[in-house]
Design a protein around this ligand. Sequence first.
Ligand code: DAT
Ligand code: MG
Length: 150
Amino acid sequence: MSRERTYIMVKPDGVERGLVGEIIKRFEQKGYKLQALQALQPSRQHLEQHYGDLKDKPFFPKLVDYMLSGPVVGMVWEGKDVVRVGRVMLGATNPLASAPGTIRGDYAIDVGKNICHGSDSVENAEKEIALWFPNGTLQYTRSVDKLIYE
Ligand code: DAT
Ligand code: MG
């Protein structure tokens, strides 16, 4: 079975709006395996590193200020195709273009308040996991996997 992992983060608006449980629930019920979970108030430097690829974008300062506005909840989920499917579950970056049934489609309106982050490639996922969980993540087997994977 694939050991692919993704980094999913509930942004400050998602935390304050009480959507942490809802977002965890969707990944849990899909069948993905939780490997790490933390609530924290990240530093500006940490966020600038996380969003380093976007540093030349006009919206970068606003994005970092928004991400600094409160605590975030970060998590690592493992499973088959979880990077791609995780982004499908989140919905399009702009919530007005996100399909109903996706997290952003169901709970957000503006791109600058889009509730959640999900890694966009396996390579970036591993970089983000190393950045947010420098002490590593859980490794464990689940007996329920035999009911989820064929
Ligand atoms: P995603 O979060 O879907 O991976 P991204 O990595 O391109 O999207 O951008 C990171 C975040 O930056 C995104 O979740 C919200 C914000 N953002 C992206 N495009 C924006 C825009 N055109 N105006 C304002 N904020 C934007
Ligand atoms: Mg992105």
